[in-house]
Design a protein around this ligand. Structure first.
Ligand SMILES: [Mg+2]
Length: 383
């Protein structure tokens, strides 16, 4: 649709219906991080906003249910249909500022539910104006968005190294090794990857908020010789003082993730100088709308930004790809597209392709994706 025609339609464009699509999509192999048992699947909630002019928009969130997320598919559904839908129906998807404020005032701190709504509104805006979401966000700053490779907790160093070598062959140059309280195993995994892949790659570790102060300090000291780019979310969310203390006692930069949901969380990390970088996720941080604000706050404070996601489909991946494409400052290689390589399937007609460890934001208007109804039918929880 040409922009001139599109603008004529704006005054009348109204959201008529909020549809949600609950899905359970299996991992190719069990996904093991520090907290909780290994997972066979991820629960995804897609939201489709319908309008009175035939244009619809999609957004994605996940019911992650670990540190920083207590949502379930049922609770996300209830938040969206019982509380958000009445705020949205009859309103323009271009009024995103007032609508996101209204949603936050309806259910405090409901970023996981708000995420899918925010991204669906941006998707509609782009479709109506005939431009990709990154154009709405400020225009193209990079052609491709590089990713890091994730190495989940393995029973042996040999398996960790084999995973790292496979990722290296696929083009990855930044490796994030998942760790837990087993300091000897975590240190061994780091040593194996550094010695096995050499000095040209970047290595980070990520404990997903699963360590205590003393074991985290011991691990950081033991891996200092291996040139670690950053150590991610070692301590539990509540231990911001402990994180700041770790940051002062070792030379490895810390990266906050689960600790940062809201802008207030990020400002607390900044004030305590508890991390040098931080990672966002579409669901955790409330979609494009709030994530961009967090990146700007972090950048203003001299922190590095890392684009992440829970394991997700092309929909939430596209959200981050558009955001990163329009981001003018440097960023760390993030795991925002991990779901594309770790889940058995996707939910769109043309899934985003991972090529040479990077993705390109879709070029079609909005998020640039079309839902694949056949694939959706296969993974629906309410079929
Ligand atoms: Mg993380």
């Amino acid at each position: 649709m040409a922009a001139s025609n599109a603008l004529n339609t704006l005054p009348g464009l109204r959201i008529t219906r909020v549809e949600s699509i609950p899905l359970r999509i299996p991992f190719k192999s069990l996904h093991k991080i520090a907290s909780g048992p290994a997972r066979p699947s991820v629960d995804v909630l897609l939201v489709r906003l319908h309008t009175d002019q035939g244009v619809s928009g999609i957004g994605e969130t996940q019911a992650w249910r670990r540190h920083g997320s207590s949502e379930t598919i049922a609770s996300l559904h209830a938040a969206i249909h019982e509380h958000f839908a009445p705020q949205l129906e009859g309103k323009s998807p271009f009024d995103i500022a007032s609508l996101m404020r209204a949603l936050d005032e309806t259910i405090y701190h409901s970023y996981y539910a708000q995420a899918a709504i925010a991204d669906a509104m941006v998707d509609i805006q782009g479709k109506v104006l005939g431009v990709p979401a990154y154009t709405l966000l400020g225009g193209k700053c990079r052609e491709r968005v590089p990713m890091c490779g994730l190495i989940s907790i393995k029973p042996s160093r040999e398996e960790t190294l084999a995973d790292a070598q496979r990722l290296l062959a696929e083009g990855y140059r930044t490796f994030v090794i998942k760790t837990d309280e087993n300091v000897a195993a975590a240190a061994g995994a780091v040593k194996a990857v550094r010695e096995g892949l050499g000095d040209a790659v970047e290595i980070r570790i990520d404990a997903n908020a699963g360590m205590r102060f003393d074991s985290a300090l011991e691990l950081l000291k033991s891996i200092q010789p291996y040139r670690i780019q950053a150590a991610e979310q070692l301590l539990e969310i509540w231990d911001l003082d402990g994180t700041a203390e770790l940051a002062r006692r070792v030379d490895i930069p810390l990266l906050a993730d689960e600790q940062v949901s809201s802008d207030h969380d990020l400002i607390a990390v900044i004030r305590k100088r508890a991390a040098a970088a931080f990672q966002t996720k579409v669901a955790k941080n409330g979609g494009l709308w709030y994530t961009r604000r967090l990146w700007q706050i972090a950048d203003a404070a001299g922190m590095r930004v890392c684009p992440g996601n829970h394991p997700c489909t092309s929909v939430a991946t596209a959200s981050v790809a558009h955001l990163a494409t329009s981001w003018p400052a440097p960023m760390l290689d993030g795991p925002f597209a991990f779901g594309l390589t770790s889940l058995v399937d996707d939910v769109v007609v043309d899934p985003i392709a991972v090529e040479n460890a990077a993705v390109q934001a879709p070029q079609a208007p909005g998020l640039g994706l079309i839902l694949d109804e056949k694939r959706i039918a296969k993974y629906r929880l309410d079929r």
